[in-house]
Design a protein around this ligand. Structure first.
Ligand SMILES: Cc1cc2nc3c(=O)[nH]c(=O)nc-3n(C[C@H](O)[C@H](O)[C@H](O)COP(=O)(O)OP(=O)(O)OC[C@H]3O[C@@H](n4cnc5c(N)ncnc54)[C@H](O)[C@@H]3O)c2cc1C
Length: 500
């Protein structure tokens, strides 16, 4: 029931963002039929799902009766407007017409979400870069399960990708979270691994900006922004994933250093990273989050022959379905030494709270990654559906195929609106944990649904490794698991709502 409440909130935010966007584009551009159809179909569907059941996953629905509301009560509260929106919104005729706009616009039928000139430039540069340098090679990297080449990382560094939201005085672009979302979506549309390189720099930079000492800011931020220093987030342990506050890896003071002992798992890009952001227990007397501290730990960059050359640290690779390009590792620390000044900030025991502070940005960034994957699924499904002929016509002409495409386009735009709405709040220094959580929850579900539908549209070819859509399916699946699994995300939103 509480998770259902969170999903209701997601629908409220989605509807609000949709209507705010529509008011803006309508006053700027007068009338555009595609925008109008989008609002009708999306509002009709969002509202219909509230009344009939919101899919939290394939098998779980949030239904109003779960809140103790009987049918007569909900019917009595529906006014004529609600009946009209549901009955006349998501109709076959509207979807059919919208599908035509989607085909004519190559998958981008709606007015853009509000971005300024600088953000528009970022989008256009990165779109062109991805088209020429990433898209042609992404599937090859995925199939070979190889690391993203270093020359690509250097190019992304010179494009400023790692420092989009790092302030200019620290060597970044100083462009804020909306720009970060725009960049992340474009990169993830080409390859999720590329869009995810920036996740680590985003988390590291947020932490250092918020809690680091002046020396740490000076030492690390310019290097992170330029892409010279690759970072990795070392939080999860074999016995503590969602319940991060219970981790047991310890950091003990010993002379002029800390000694780290314990196991970590699922650490992305660990071998090649130069700087680990590591969560460890500095006070074993305190079992919950109060005994945890964060560390900025430098390590030598590993390679294929010797992935973990540092003393006191070993690791092995975890084979994965998708999300390739950085590789995942299990790590073991056995008395690994790091200087005292690698403690983030100047106080032990603040690690969990410092980490919580980054969750808003990290979730917004992950939501933007999910929007990129959703759009990629739409791009590839649309192309295939136009080209594939069955029963003498393009399969896009069959309503069940076109409807799937319409659904993807709507989800991509709603995900974008939610994500950039949360980013706007963050940029204007408002609390946005609810909005960021809602964006992540919605966009991750949308990416999985879009990838699944895109495979369906490809028929048997969707199941072939030779087709890029098979990669999108694997990539999309992870978005509901990391940065707060969907259930945990819903739990956090519901707790916030219920605590007032
Ligand atoms: C590809 C990949 C990359 C990753 N990268 C990193 C990284 O770079 N750094 C890092 O530190 N971690 C990383 N992670 C770890 C990731 O953050 C965790 O996998 C995630 O937090 C879930 O933890 P878990 O796997 O231990 O699952 P668990 O916590 O064991 O959860 C298992 C299931 O139970 C559900 N569940 C748990 N508690 C509740 C509850 N209270 N109510 C309802 N349902 C619940 C979960 O939602 C989930 O469905 C990565 C993981 C993957 C797969």
């Amino acid at each position: 029931m509480t998770h259902g409440l969170a999903w209701l909130q997601v629908h409220v935010f989605a509807t609000r963002e949709l209507l705010t966007w529509f008011e803006r584009v309508r006053s700027a551009n007068s009338f555009r039929e595609a925008n109008e159809l989008f609002v009708r179909v999306a509002c009709g569907e969002l509202l219909d799902q509230v009344l009939s059941g919101i899919p939290m996953s394939q098998s779980e629905f949030a239904r109003l009766r779960d809140f103790g509301l009987v049918r007569e009560e909900t019917t009595a509260r529906q006014d004529a407007d609600i009946f009209t929106i549901v009955a006349c919104g998501n109709t076959p005729e509207h979807r059919h017409r919208l599908a035509q706009f989607i085909v004519d616009s190559d998958g981008e039928p709606f007015d853009a979400v509000e971005i300024d000139e600088a953000e528009r430039q970022i989008r256009s540069h990165l779109r062109s870069y991805v088209k020429h340098r990433i898209a042609p090679r992404a599937h090859e990297w995925h199939l070979a399960d190889s690391l993203i080449p270093m020359d690509i990382i250097a190019e992304l560094g010179s494009l400023g990708v790692f420092g989009v939201s790092i302030p200019e005085i620290h060597g970044g672009m100083g462009s804020g979270k909306v720009a970060m979302c725009v960049a992340t979506e474009e990169l993830s549309r080409g390859f999720l691994g590329i869009g995810s390189l920036g996740t680590r720099s985003e988390i590291a930079a947020e932490l250092i900006l918020h809690a680091g000492t002046s020396a740490q800011k000076e030492r690390y931020l310019p290097a992170i922004a330029s892409g010279r220093l690759l970072t990795t987030a070392v939080f999860t342990e074999p016995e503590s994933g969602s319940d991060l506050a219970s981790i047991s890896t310890s950091a003990r003071r010993h002379g002029d250093s800390y000694r780290i002992t314990g196991s970590k798992t699922w650490i992305t890009h660990a071998a090649r990273a130069d700087l680990m952001i590591l969560l460890a227990r500095t006070n074993r007397e305190i079992h919950g989050y109060g005994g945890l501290s964060l560390f900025l730990i430098e390590k030598p960059r590993g390679d294929d022959i010797q992935p973990f050359p540092a003393r006191g640290m070993t690791g092995s690779e975890i084979g994965v379905l998708g999300y390739r390009g950085m590789k995942e590792y299990e790590l073991t620390f056995d008395g690994f030494e790091t200087p005292l000044d690698s403690l983030l900030g100047d106080r032990e025991g603040a690690g969990f709270k410092q980490l919580m502070h980054t969750f808003e940005s990290a979730r917004i960034q992950t939501a933007a990654r999910a929007v990129g994957v959703t759009q990629a699924a739409l791009d590839t499904a649309l192309k295939y559906a136009r080209e594939r002929i069955q029963f003498g016509k393009s399969i896009i002409e069959f309503p069940r195929v076109a409807d799937k495409i319409v659904h993807m386009a709507i989800d991509a735009q709603l995900g974008r609106l939610l994500t950039q709405g949360a980013a706007h709040r963050k940029d204007s220094l408002h609390r946005c944990d609810l909005e960021a959580g809602a964006a992540k929850l919605f966009a991750a579900r949308a990416a999985w649904s879009a990838a699944d539908n895109a495979v369906q549209i490809h028929g048997g070819n969707g199941y072939s490794l030779a087709f890029e859509v098979s990669r999108l399916l694997c990539d999309a699946r992870i978005l509901n698991i990391f940065e707060g699994a969907a259930e945990i995300q819903a739990q956090i939103i519901a707790r916030r709502l219920l605590s007032g």
